[in-house]
Ligand binder design. Structure first.
Ligand code: BES
Ligand code: MN
Ligand code: ZN
Length: 489
């Protein structure tokens, strides 16, 4: 979908969006369209007050308008960045319903606000993968193909808005890359295929290094190798680097299990195993963030590390009870092969710390089912060994609508994850929730002195239907957060 900006003086026609402040107070364009107050009366009858994210669609209201969307804007003072984006997302939904091909959003907002609203339109306009469908059912609502091609957003300074939006659009491309990859089925996207997708970022100036199974063995990334060895498709470690500034890098590490069967500790049927094609949502967030910072040419030094493997049961798979020497030197007893994410991340974190000299290191993973039970919607779990980093992430997570809730790195977990035979074991089934054990397990592989955070985004890789910034599909969770953290605009 194309988004452009225009001066408010252009005459309105076709599909048009106008705004109403809370209490049904008209904006200028609304008032111009409704000189006799008839529309205002209709809104009153409908109980439409103008609260933010309230929208109403009128079809064929009067020529030359073919469709009219009235968008509630809430209270003027509360119209911040995130609210503007969400309103944009709500408007997009109505425009899709209107079946308009082109539309004008006549809110006449200042350029920075217009750009944020356009960003919301763009994020919601993402179209989930349809390439595997050969036939569509015209009677099925979910099969209706969106027809909206272009939206013009009015603002008194179109050039300024366009310049601001251009950077946002690059971040949206990063979010869309993460969504596309998350949605890809496991048979199509294995570790090597994911690495190939990472190589495509070279065109944007990202340095890409891929460690194959031989290189993994040579480097001693044995936990990653162990998780991958049950699969016919060997594991990979990918390093992405965007050098937009000097100095130590921000290092992002993503869990990239392209499919998680659980391995020999195989998952049950009722675990909705098909959703485990999205068990690379963390790696998707990381590659998406690198796509974003490279696309907008951020003045920042950012590294992405993707720990890619397929967790399968087979005659070559690792067994419960196996002991593996990790990259860091710590030995790990694998109690449950379904707790594989923390294994691949442990090696990736230790490797990144040893080879990349991170300023800050953050890992992100669809790590534990228990974090969903502990937090529910809409938060992902945040753990950190550094209060300043945690604070910054919490603030940005709010601003970017990738919500986080901080949880403690509980010291008593060390007792839980003690192993009789090795230095540490990968899960405990103890009193504390598994997400806490997992976080504490990871902390053992992060050297002292590095500011580190861990994000457990299990469940957040899929968006709900009522998410104003994403259609019901993969979410691209984490991309906006990491892009904002990288900064450098
Ligand atoms: N990939 C799963 C976690 C997950 C669950 C992600 C639901 C998204 C939605 C992870 O590898 C896993 O299987 N975790 C186990 C850990 C257990 C065996 C200690 C779990 O949560 O059951
Ligand atoms: Mn698992
Ligand atoms: Zn997993």
């Amino acid at each position: 979908m194309r988004i452009s900006f225009q001066h408010p003086s252009v005459p309105l026609h076709g599909a048009v969006v106008v705004g109403v402040w809370q209490g049904r107070r008209p904006t200028e364009a609304f008032a111009a369209l409704d000189p006799h107050g008839r529309l205002k009366k209709t809104l009153k009858r409908l109980g439409f007050d103008g609260e933010e994210e309230e929208t109403e669609l009128f079809l064929a209201p009067a020529p030359p308008l073919t469709a009219l969307v009235v968008a509630g804007l809430g209270k003027p003072r509360k119209l911040d960045t995130i609210r503007l984006r969400r309103i944009g997302g709500c408007i997009l939904e109505e425009l899709d319903d209107s079946r308009a091909v082109a539309a004008t959003v006549a809110l006449d907002l200042p350029p920075a606000q217009a750009a944020e609203l356009a960003y919301g339109l763009c994020l919601k306009a993402y179209r989930p993968l349809r390439k595997y469908r050969t036939k569509l059912d015209p009677d099925d609502e979910d099969d209706v193909v969106p027809v909206l091609e272009s939206v013009v957003v009015t603002t008194p300074d179109p050039e300024a808005a366009a310049a601001l939006y251009a950077a946002r659009e690059q971040v949206a491309q990063g979010v869309f890359l993460a969504r596309d990859l998350t949605d890809e089925p496991g048979n199509v996207l294995g570790p090597e295929e994911f690495a190939q997708r990472a190589r495509l970022l070279e065109a944007l100036g990202v340095e890409v290094t891929v460690l194959d199974e031989t290189a993994l063995a040579e480097a001693g990334l044995n936990l990653l190798a162990a998780v991958g060895m049950g699969s016919a498709r060997p594991p990979r470690l990918v390093l992405l680097r965007w050098r937009g500034a000097m100095g130590k890098p921000l290092v992002l590490v993503g869990k990239g299990i392209t499919f998680d069967t659980g391995g020999i500790s195989i998952k049950f049927d009722d675990d909705e195993m098909d959703a485990m094609k999205g068990d690379m949502g963390g790696a998707a967030a990381v590659i998406g963030a690198l796509r974003a910072v490279a696309g907008r040419k951020a003045k920042a030094h950012v590294c992405g590390v993707l720990a890619l493997a397929e967790n399968m049961p087979s005659g070559r798979a690792q067994r419960p009870g196996d002991v593996v020497k990790s990259y860091s030197g710590l030995t790990v007893e694998v109690i449950d092969t379904d707790a594989e994410g923390r294994l691949v991340l442990a090696d990736a974190l230790a490797w990144a710390a040893a080879t990349l000299d991170p300023k800050t290191m953050i890992d992100i993973a669809t790590l534990t089912g228990s974090v969903e039970e502990v937090l529910g919607d809409p938060y992902a779990g945040l753990y950190a060994n550094d209060d300043k980093l945690a604070k910054r992430l919490l603030k940005l997570s709010k601003a970017e609508a990738d919500p986080l809730w901080r949880l403690p790195l509980t010291e008593s977990c060390d007792e839980d994850i003690k192993s009789d035979i090795a230095d540490v074991k990968n899960c405990a089934w103890g009193e504390v929730p598994d997400n806490d054990d997992a976080a504490r397990f990871l902390s053992r592989f992060v050297p002292d002195g590095i500011a580190w955070a861990h994000i457990d985004m299990a469940g957040k890789e899929w968006a709900d239907e009522d998410d104003p910034l994403a259609p019901e599909a993969a979410s691209g969770f984490g991309v906006r957060l990491f892009d904002a953290l990288a900064g450098g605009s």
